[in-house]
Design a protein around this ligand. Structure first.
Ligand SMILES: [Mn+2]
Length: 430
């Protein structure tokens, strides 16, 4: 394809200079795994088939509630965001889909946008609606809630927006709608905690009724922020109850940062899977709250344990097990392309490590209540350096052996600094 952003020759020569060393590391790891009864080629083919979506807004510097510090050459519209997402995909080869957000990514012609993405080697994943902020010219304000607002006119507007997102998604080839609402309260007594959930269920049912048969509605919960006393869909309990009430096409989405501190997220994953309601993930990392830090940057072990549950789930699939994976993080201090590359690699590494767990040994130790050996089955896999598998899978798919090295050598951001208009200093996410 000629529409790709980076030069294929440059990737080839980058890889040529590193191939021999990689082969050496790969062969060595292959021998190590073979002594454990594992075939490196089988593992590599699994990671080659793995993918995770990137969010369109992830191409920009998000900022915090306090400030945003744009970098030169940052994208300012969906076309430039797609270009940057295409760079990520060209280098790492496991991020072939973009998850768009409306109204941020609104255009006149969605068929043309789909073709534009296709020429860049990209497709579209779940569509994200936005009723957590007001847009210019909007008739009703979301200041007192959206899908759960006490004013029916506000709820109707929020429902209509979600249905419009489904329609846009159909044109883009998407098959899922992710719904997150910031609705909740900051004061005890501000709202009736039961009635607001009733209103949510009523609004969500109207959206659900508009879903095409092959679509899913992914309900994203979040414990707090912007509401700090109560949030309507605050936890996985509220989420699964709502998903059950809505029907089989409604499933729960787990954003790794949207839980109470120290919650056992891998157990939540196992629970949701048990009841056929594990819809997808928003990958990021956190230290204190919903920090939206780069995936695997703070707690890579937790990410591994989540994937350990996913590999177990894959072996024991329940109805509808087909989780939608997406990176959802906010970049404040790094080049967003570099952060997405680093996160995609962290996610793939967690997956490969989970694949390396000796399931037989683990299950035998669990059955025999041999605590230490069960733990060691996980530990042995976790401490394996899987980078040669990831790099080999990437190189074979036309990506870069060292993604960050090549990205910097390619001078992409410098080139875009010349071509793109400067970003404004507006607060918050792009
Ligand atoms: Mn999220």
């Amino acid at each position: 394809m000629t529409g790709l952003p980076l030069s294929i020759d440059q990737i080839e020569s980058h890889n040529a200079a590193r191939r021999e060393a990689l082969q050496d590391d790969y062969d060595s790891l292959g021998r190590q795994l073979s002594r454990r009864g594992q075939d490196i080629e089988t593992i590599k083919s699994k990671v080659a088939a793995f993918s995770v979506a990137v969010p369109s807004w992830g191409a920009g510097r998000g900022g915090t509630r306090f400030a945003k510090f744009p970098i030169p050459g940052e994208p300012t519209n969906i076309h430039e965001k797609l270009e940057d997402c295409a760079v990520v995909q060209q280098l790492c080869r496991i991020t072939p889909r973009v998850s768009p957000h409306f109204p941020w990514d609104r255009v006149e012609d969605y068929q043309a946008l789909k073709e534009e993405a296709g020429a860049l080697g990209l497709g579209f994943d779940a569509v994200n609606s936005n009723t957590f902020q007001d847009q210019p010219g909007q008739a009703q304000s979301y200041r007192s809630g959206s899908l759960t607002a006490t004013d029916k006119a506000v709820r109707d507007q929020a429902v209509a927006h979600n249905i419009e997102c489904i329609e846009i998604g159909r044109q883009l080839g998407s098959r899922a709608l992710t719904v997150w609402i910031g609705d909740g309260t900051n004061f005890p007594g501000q709202q009736d905690l039961s009635a607001s959930l009733d209103r949510y269920l009523d609004s969500a049912a109207q959206i659900y009724a508009a879903l095409p048969d092959s679509w899913r509605m992914l309900l994203e919960h979040k414990m707090f922020e912007p509401a700090f006393y109560s949030t309507v869909i605050s936890d996985w309990g509220s989420s699964i109850l709502a998903a059950n009430e809505l029907g089989p096409k409604a499933q729960c989405l787990v954003d790794l940062g949207h839980h109470a501190p120290n919650v056992n997220i891998e157990q939540i994953v196992a629970r949701l899977h048990r009841f056929g309601k594990l819809g997808g993930f928003h990958f990021n990392d956190s230290k204190y709250g919903d920090d939206d830090l780069d995936t695997g940057s703070i707690n890579p072990h937790q990410l591994f344990l989540v994937f350990n549950e996913l590999v177990e789930a894959e072996r024991n699939p329940r109805d509808g097990f087909n989780p939608a994976y997406m990176i959802d993080q906010s970049h404040n201090v790094t080049d967003p392309i570099e952060s997405m590359l680093s996160s995609a690699e962290a996610i793939a590494a967690a997956y490969v490590k989970a694949l390396l767990v000796d399931r037989e040994a683990l299950h035998e130790a669990q059955a025999a209540n041999d605590v230490m050996m069960a733990f060691q089955a996980l530990r042995r896999a976790y401490r394996t350096d899987v980078t040669p598998i990831l790099a080999m899978a990437r190189a074979e798919a036309g990506g870069a052996i060292d993604v960050l090295d090549l990205y910097r050598d390619a001078g992409w951001r410098e080139r875009k600094t010349q071509e793109r208009k400067a970003v404004g200093l507006g607060a918050g996410i792009v």
